[in-house]
Write a protein that binds this ligand. Sequence first.
Ligand code: SF4
Ligand code: MG
Length: 268
Amino acid sequence: MLKARQYKSGVKPIWCPGCGHYSVLNAITKAFAALEQAPENAVLVSGIGCSSRLPAYVSSYGFHGVHGRALPLAAGLKVARPELNVMALGGDGDGFSIGGNHFLHACRRNVDIVYVVMDNEVYGMTKGQASPTTPEHWEHSKLTPHGPEVRPFQPCAIALAAGASFIARGHSGDPNGLAQILFEAVQHPGFAFVQVLSQCVTFCPEQAAWKERVHQEDHCTRDPVAAARFLHGDDGFGKGIFYRNPRPVWPLVHAAAAAADLREGFRL
Ligand code: SF4
Ligand code: MG
């Protein structure tokens, strides 16, 4: 058994002091400790962005991919090596804009992986541009001084519509609650989507007020209609597991046989 701190790699994070992603890192290591996760059997896969640096800070295998492509990498790895615990990670720009297409199809396909999106409603690494989840009238970017004037993307509702079988939201201000959600997400058989409200202190200092707005929602259901009704009325600050409805994971019988053939082919 390892303690949570023993899942840290020893590489010092270069996030800004106070960035929400430190708490997400702590939550992941706490969840791994609770799961008694063997480090050599865990793989964290990311795209590009501040949050996508996270795999370097965990003592497991990691793959820092290209922008928006964490999900196809993670899904391919899980199909090729089903015995591994695969977690994809990234931010809202990486996952919902550049990688938006992959997000939809990962939900639909239901490969047995976890996808954690650290959502700070901004492109942090490239210095504060509006992202898909930026509020319509956010006026703090020089590129969109009157706000993006576009309705924000609704990650959980879209995940439900696209077929995700586990949907949850956590908050970086509550690493223990997030660790509990991740503990459940890792054990869920199928695609588990976890949105994390993780504040960017540098470009969105106003997000410090999120802690006043976040509230617990004990609303977990396996009924997609009830989940849709809840998510469409949600203010975006409820945290908890909203939907859990296991269904067959991909690859199914024929695709699994094809994947086995492919693996055999690569061994030659
Ligand atoms: Fe975190 Fe924002 Fe700094 Fe990036 S720019 S490390 S998201 S606080
Ligand atoms: Mg972001």
